[in-house]
Ligand binder design. Structure first.
Ligand code: SF4
Length: 450
């Protein structure tokens, strides 16, 4: 929070704040006479039974209000963001940074290199711990921010410092010791770069991180993502089929060892390894509750198992004949083809899968979430088949908006392609609910009628 306070976006009706006359547009100057720099501090300091708020009203008058309430009772103030001071950005120059490989047209906000411990705790963003100062460590300790999500990549100090392009990267062991001493826990990730942190470096990383269990709750391994915009950058190799098979074999051995020693697998591989290796995804038990599903680890298995669980909820037939085309990146093709096989057993429904090549970032990029409007438009134009309703998974759209990464809107895509397009939640529940709604309402509902 700056000297001028943080703007209150909304006041919950009938809340303590609303009864006290605090309004949207007022500014919160301090809680218990101290400024708060993020939503975590705000929640921590307002959880007390007696709270003093300094509020600046729209006319500049400052109110100091003492409030008595139940412990943990919410005051009813809503803010527009989680971070009130400055977003912590990274001080690294990682060899593999995805942000450095974006095409020039990509919006500036997408290039933000955040490395903020608050966003790590709140949203599971991976951080490197290399930009924390004394005050940040004190806040992490005082607010008990656990678990955090930490990008380790390598525990060998020289390898990590080199990968991060930052000497401070070499301090990972002392950072982990510090977290252990504070009684805090972390989920960790390794971005695997062949020839740099694979082989023996990876073996040492896994073994060292495992020695920190239960401070280290999980070790996720994901393959490096490479776009076609790497001119002038470090010459990295992609993970190919042979490398993916090698990592899977090592991963299975580590899982066996840690299950015997710790009672859980601890090391989890991204779905992309199994896709690249052309192997089936491991069973549900492999993932121990999916601690890193947002990191692309276990999404495929969770989707397939959930689809099986929902099997009885699917209708036997649709009232009118309907065609659906499921859009995805090449990485999700096999999973969606399995879903389509099941859906095609519904009388009156015909489902096809349309894997779309990512020309915007480069064809090496196969994740669905990075498809752009122009990629989908091109794929629709290239195919002359009758496609019925085009179903776009919501992960390709910017959160809470209806535009793609390249700023094209869903409406523009409909106009340009001339196709009926709808957006569906990218989960098994989303797909099943969509089909159930078609069974009830007699057809797909077109955007923006979700
Ligand atoms: S920490 Fe590394 S990978 Fe992450 S944004 Fe910074 S430079 Fe990029």
């Amino acid at each position: 929070m700056g000297r001028r306070g943080i703007r209150i976006e909304k006041v919950v009706p009938a809340s303590i704040a609303s009864e006290l006359g605090i309004e949207a547009g007022d500014k919160l100057l301090a809680v218990n006479r101290r400024p708060v720099k993020d939503i975590l501090e705000y929640q921590y300091y307002t959880s007390e039974e007696v709270v003093v708020l300094d509020i600046e009203k729209a006319d500049g008058e400052v109110w100091s209000i003492e409030i008595e309430k139940e412990y943990d009772e919410d005051l009813g103030l809503v803010f527009s963001g989680a971070v009130f001071d400055r977003l912590r950005t990274c001080r690294n120059r990682c060899l593999f940074c995805f942000m450095d490989q974006l095409p020039s047209g990509v919006r500036k906000s997408l290039r933000t290199k955040d490395d903020d411990y608050r966003l790590s705790f709140l949203y599971g963003n991976f951080i490197t711990l290399t930009n924390l100062d004394r005050e940040d460590w004190e806040a992490i300790a005082a607010l008990r921010l656990s678990p955090l999500y930490v990008s380790v990549h390598a525990t060998d100090s020289r390898v990590r410092a080199c990968m991060l392009g930052n000497e401070k990267g070499g301090q990972i062991i002392s950072d982990l010791n510090r977290l252990r001493d504070l009684g805090l826990q972390v989920h960790t990730q390794v971005v695997l770069c062949p020839g740099i942190n694979d082989g023996e470096v990876l073996a040492e990383t896994v073994s060292t991180l495992a020695s920190f269990w239960p401070t280290v709750l999980s070790i996720g391994i994901v393959p490096v993502g490479l776009t076609r915009y790497r001119q002038g950058l470090y010459p990295l190799q992609a993970v190919d089929k042979v490398k993916a098979q090698d990592v899977i074999t090592r991963g299975q051995a580590w899982q066996r060892q840690f299950r015997a020693e710790l009672g859980l697998g601890l090391v989890y591989l991204a779905d992309e390894f199994f896709i690249k290796a052309e192997q089936d995804f491991p069973p549900n038990e492999y993932y121990d509750g999916y601690p890193q599903i947002e990191n692309g680890i276990g999404m495929a298995r969770e989707f397939l198992d959930r689809l099986t669980e929902l099997d009885n909820d699917l209708p036997r037939e649709l009232p009118e004949r309907t065609r659906l085309t499921l859009v995805c990146g090449h990485g999700a093709r096999l999973v969606l083809e399995r879903a389509a096989r099941r859906l095609n057993r519904i009388k009156g429904l015909e489902v096809a899968v349309m894997p779309v090549s990512n020309r915007f970032f480069g064809e090496e990029v196969t994740v669905t979430g990075l498809l752009t409007g122009q990629d989908i438009e091109r794929a629709l134009a290239d195919s002359s088949d009758e496609k019925g309703i085009i179903l776009i998974p919501d992960v390709v759209l910017r959160e809470d908006h209806d535009y793609f990464l390249d700023d094209m809107t869903v409406g523009e895509l409909m106009e340009r392609s001339g196709k009926a397009i709808d957006v569906v939640e990218a989960t098994a529940d989303g797909l099943v609910n969509y089909v159930r709604r078609m069974a009830r309402e007699g057809g797909g509902v077109q955007w923006p009628g979700r």
